[in-house]
Design a protein around this ligand. Sequence first.
Ligand code: GLA
Length: 370
Amino acid sequence: MRFKKIIIALIALVTLGSCNANPKTLKEAYKNYFPIGLTLNKNNYTNYEDILDNFNSMTCENEMKWSSVHPSDDIYIYDEADKMISYAKEHHLNVRGHALVWHEAIPAGVFLDKNQETISKEDLLKKMKNHIFNVVKHFKDDVYVWDVVNEVIDENEDPLNEDKTNVYRQSSWYNICGRDYILYAFQYAKEALNELEEELGRKMNVKLYYNDYSLANPTKREKLVEMIKYLQENNAPIDGIGMQSHYHINSFSQVEFENSINTYSSMGLEVQITEFDVSVYEPESKENYEMGLPEDIELIQASIFSRAFKILRKHKDVITGATFWGAADDSTYLDDLNPNRKDYPYMFNEYHEGKSSYYMVKNFLYGGKD
Ligand code: GLA
């Protein structure tokens, strides 16, 4: 009997001892949850080898956008994106495709005909089909998910009006085609994938997503629900919603974040966080932490990342990825947008060391302690 007790105590000790080791990387911590992604660009993509082990997904910041791969009507250039894909493969990163149809990063000429007049709907849809087919067929299943359409929901804070005429952004796409082009974009992407499967003689598993910012905002959510209904009523091949999730230090609502995940998944869709970052400044703030990020602000930021990831873990059955819009604080688009101040929006600092948020998100089993 005593011998049995000693054995049980020994087993307990060994088990506890081995459990106590925190995972070494984010990727390992989340292996039973969802992939963890970072975003790189052509200028910085080789700079993060010291932290790459944390990730298993990569998004190209700009290199797959229309103006990068398709700068004028008959010219397609894939060199930069291809180099980044090879690099990603070497480093065991799967690639998110971003983005096929967007009102930005697109040559103005796309919306003009040969006489430099506004193009007809029919001809614009032809151009869009050509673009989607060319790009999707080039990358094949080197990308595992496409942001097929990016940012078409009206960003105005006005609530959805009764006749539902303020759902969509008044972009050139919308002004020429109405909402139809969104449906066509998903259909063309699916057709291109089907053709590819036939040509290659094998099944592929490439998902098709709608991607946008502020999707935890109740007004925008209500408008997006209208669009999803329209797409689903017309059998659009849409698999999921990409919630970009660009936050600042005072903008995260845990309740609305979770409400949105629940709303989109209740419509049969997967959800990914696609562009997560937390600026340490409110938009209008005159603050500039050029000497370094104050500890109290770092902790507020950590609490946002940590609360968000707690919700993502809770919903792991519908969450299929969480990607940061960058990698570490030494390189961020936020510093380009606002050159007068230094921002620190990620979980790694300028020297690629994990910040408080990193330890809280990675070591969630042991209360965030290292
Ligand atoms: C949007 C786009 C991204 C990137 C960011 C930068 O979120 O989807 O591709 O350009 O804006 O602000």
